[in-house]
Design a protein around this ligand. Structure first.
Ligand SMILES: *[C@@H]1O[C@H](CO)[C@@H](O)[C@H](O)[C@H]1NC(C)=O
Ligand SMILES: *[C@@H]1O[C@H](CO)[C@@H](O)[C@H](O)[C@H]1NC(C)=O
Ligand SMILES: *[C@@H]1O[C@H](CO)[C@@H](O)[C@H](O)[C@H]1NC(C)=O
Ligand SMILES: *[C@@H]1O[C@H](CO)[C@@H](O)[C@H](O)[C@H]1NC(C)=O
Ligand SMILES: *[C@@H]1O[C@H](CO)[C@@H](O)[C@H](O)[C@H]1NC(C)=O
Ligand SMILES: *[C@@H]1O[C@H](CO)[C@@H](O)[C@H](O)[C@H]1NC(C)=O
Ligand SMILES: *[C@@H]1O[C@H](CO)[C@@H](O)[C@H](O)[C@H]1NC(C)=O
Ligand SMILES: *[C@@H]1O[C@H](CO)[C@@H](O)[C@H](O)[C@H]1NC(C)=O
Ligand SMILES: *[C@@H]1O[C@H](CO)[C@@H](O)[C@H](O)[C@H]1NC(C)=O
Ligand SMILES: *[C@@H]1O[C@H](CO)[C@@H](O)[C@H](O)[C@H]1NC(C)=O
Ligand SMILES: *[C@@H]1O[C@H](CO)[C@@H](O)[C@H](O)[C@H]1NC(C)=O
Length: 571
């Protein structure tokens, strides 16, 4: 449930698309693009926005239950990476919409960071354009779901206040403080009122926005060509993490409008709308054990391993006892002219974050932990911003540079989606939730509680939500309306494989492909020609593999790090 970031930069040839409105500005970089230079429009109007991308702001109703009320609308920010062939080429396969999860992750960012990589995965006999959009309230979409209205001093002050509250397992006083601190933030967010964006950010609204994007993309295509097409345009989609819930919602609401849908790193929809978050960390400790095993097998290449260690458990025990010593007493440090407390949560959050991306991060994680064990916390502190991240788990985003309201946008989506099914989220609920998650994953449970707890006191109940039934029935051999292709790694520490099977069961004809790898999502944790081949064929023809298909990964996590060329990683 994080957004991906990319270290690698991909270059790919692209061709000028004649449907683009504004003249090409050769030297412009998309990172500097001024979104306010585009006026939102109800039809899709693309503008060149640098680095070969085309951008648009699509105007849609704030409230889809009353679209005729035009007094308030939202503008959805869109970044599209053109296909590597012109849209008129016979091998042009159309547009694929993407979502990175979060739930407040930026889809425009995903198109920029991962567009070329994903295009490489899906392109085969057909060539696709990749369209990333920021869900309403998120990143470059307007209005912003920002409880602090852009006041960064107030936001930071609140984050500092929240950071001082001890772990909720240190007693009922700590939990009460935490509880009331979340309730206070919800009060603040409620000030915008029921006509604001906050009340209209349900996943159902975003799914309806996606349908609108599909229709407007189709309109653009058919008005600029002479071909007529009577068939209703269909969604082609690839979503990871929370993006699987978004896809599931779309497929359940508009089953006849699904052309192709790949979901990867699967959320359980029932657990999500109940706001319980009990079906995420099920395999967390298994992935962590794999990290220790990888370290053990690396021998002296892993700085964490000692000659006397008989097996991986010995390494784990050393870290666990380090963590419990921090539990009892955090370590005071001075770093960059200010004081920092090295807490157990700080270290465990670093472990949690690293496991998203085993290939790129096992090795630096082992070095960091080894260093901290000797009392040198420089690496840990360099890589941690955790104490200044608020209440909610969703991280400070680095792009867009000033996307500081990711927490508020994330709360709006997940608290609104669960507003009807979660009960009143009182202190008993909070205690039970904390107890459950700490038990389920001693390492990541505390970090994870921040997601559900940020809904304490949340005031908005969106008037447009989809609470099920989740599922669809698409004919298996229907090339225009194919069943879902469901992907998962064998051991995903944030969305366990079991969810993939459960969701597949409710979508008739869908198939689960298991990729033998560790970490969050198949496509972003490792390269696999096998997985990519299945995805290519699926997009091109709608064909699904046999149930029970398993794919090997082409690279494996190792210490020292062996880079997997071109792999972006999920940070
Ligand atoms: C929707 O909005 C229109 C225009 O503002 C209004 O006339 C109509 O009564 C509204 N319908 C509902 C169901 O609120
Ligand atoms: C139209 O939307 C605005 C903003 O949400 C709301 O205040 C107003 O009551 C709506 N009008 C009608 C007639 O529903
Ligand atoms: C497409 O054509 C229809 C019918 O002529 C027109 O109403 C619509 O505005 C056109 N859309 C675009 C994007 O040009
Ligand atoms: C394929 O699906 C579409 C949309 O659901 C439906 O209209 C069509 O009849 C189906 N075709 C076949 C051959 O099943
Ligand atoms: C690891 O080695 C220790 C000491 O030899 C032994 O007690 C323990 O059972 C081993 N654990 C595993 C999981 O093999
Ligand atoms: C910490 O940050 C450094 C510099 O950005 C990076 O090279 C290293 O991989 C990071 N370590 C971890 C554990 O993420
Ligand atoms: C969030 O990220 C931005 C951009 O990297 C950085 O300038 C800012 O200090 C970060 N804020 C916090 C609270 O860590
Ligand atoms: C981020 O915000 C700061 C302060 O408001 C501003 O100076 C800076 O230009 C902004 N950066 C971007 C990339 O928008
Ligand atoms: C908390 O809420 C539950 C139902 O959601 C209710 O059964 C229980 O009595 C409430 N407890 C307190 C202390 O209010
Ligand atoms: C789908 O196509 C396969 C292979 O052509 C065929 O074996 C199968 O019976 C078809 N299934 C349905 C439901 O038509
Ligand atoms: C994957 O496929 C590419 C091109 O089809 C090929 O160059 C590469 O060797 C393959 N990698 C593996 C591990 O099979």
């Amino acid at each position: 449930m994080r957004k991906p970031t990319l270290q690698d930069i991909f270059f790919a040839a692209w061709l000028v698309d004649l449907t683009v409105a504004a003249p090409l500005q050769e030297s412009q970089s998309i990172e500097d693009f001024d979104w306010s230079s585009i006026t939102p429009t109800e039809q899709l109007e693309y503008h060149q926005c640098g680095d070969g991308y085309k951008c648009a702001r699509l105007k849609v109703p704030l409230d889809w239950t009353n679209a005729s009320n035009s007094s308030q609308s939202v503008a959805i920010a869109i970044v599209t990476l053109p296909a590597t062939v012109p849209n008129t080429d016979p091998s042009f396969g159309g547009t694929i919409l993407i979502n990175p999860g979060g739930p407040s992750g930026s889809g425009t960012d995903m198109a920029i960071e991962l567009g070329h990589y994903l295009q490489g995965v899906v392109d085969g006999e057909r060539h696709y354009e990749i369209l990333g959009f920021d869900p309403r309230g998120v990143a470059f979409s307007t209005p912003r779901a920002d409880c602090y209205n852009g006041n960064e001093i107030r936001r930071t002050a609140d984050q500092v206040q929240a950071a001082g509250i001890p772990s909720p397992d240190s007693g009922s006083t700590a939990l009460n403080y935490l509880y009331q601190s979340h309730a206070a933030v919800s009060e603040l967010c409620a000030e915008a009122g029921d006509d604001s964006i906050f009340a209209h950010m349900s996943t159902a609204s975003v799914a309806r926005d996606m349908l609108e994007i599909v229709d407007r993309v189709n309109e653009l295509k058919h008005n600029s060509s002479t071909r007529a097409n009577s068939e209703e345009p269909k969604l082609q989609y690839l979503g990871v993490s929370y993006g699987t819930f978004l896809g599931n919602t779309f497929a359940s609401m508009f089953p006849n409008r699904v052309g192709r849908m790949v979901i990867d790193g699967v959320e359980d929809p029932h657990d999500y709308i109940k706001g319980t978050w009990e079906k995420n960390l099920n395999d967390f400790e298994k992935v962590l054990d794999h990290f220790y095993q990888t370290c053990f097998e690396a021998g002296s290449d892993c700085l964490l391993k000692k000659d006397s260690d008989k097996n991986a458990s010995a390494i784990r025990e050393r870290i666990d006892s380090f963590l419990s010593s921090l539990e009892n007493s955090p370590v005071p440090t001075v770093y960059e002219g200010r004081t920092r407390l090295v807490t157990s949560l700080l270290v465990r959050t670093m472990i949690h974050d690293s496991l998203y991306d085993p290939i790129n991060r096992y090795d630096p994680l082992s070095a960091l932990l080894a260093s901290s064990l000797t009392g040198d916390h420089t690496l840990l502190l360099q890589n941690s911003t955790v104490e200044l991240e608020s209440a909610c788990q969703i991280k400070n985003e680095t792009y867009p540079a000033n996307y500081t309201w990711a927490n508020d946008a994330g709360s709006s989506i997940l608290c609104g989606d669960s507003a009807f099914d979660a009960g009143d989220r009182n202190i008993t609920w909070a205690r039970d939730l904390v107890d459950f998650l700490y038990e389920q994953s001693p390492t990541a449970g505390e970090d994870w509680t921040k997601l559900p707890l940020c809904c304490i006191g949340w005031k908005y109940k969106p008037n447009f939500v989809f609470r099920g039934p989740f599922g669809s029935s698409m004919g298996k051999n229907n090339t225009s309306n194919a069943p879902l292709l469901v992907l998962s790694t064998r051991y995903d520490h944030a969305t366990p494989l079991a969810n993939a099977f459960a969701v597949s069961k409710s979508h008739a004809g869908s198939t689960v492909v298991v990729q033998e790898s560790w970490g969050h999502t198949a496509l972003l944790t490792s390269r696999s020609n096998c997985t990519a081949g299945i995805v290519k064929e699926y997009f091109a023809t709608g064909k699904l593999p046999q149930e029970g298909t398993v794919c090997e990964q082409d690279c494996v996590p190792s210490i020292p790090l062996k880079p997997c060329p071109g792999l972006p990683g999920y940070a």
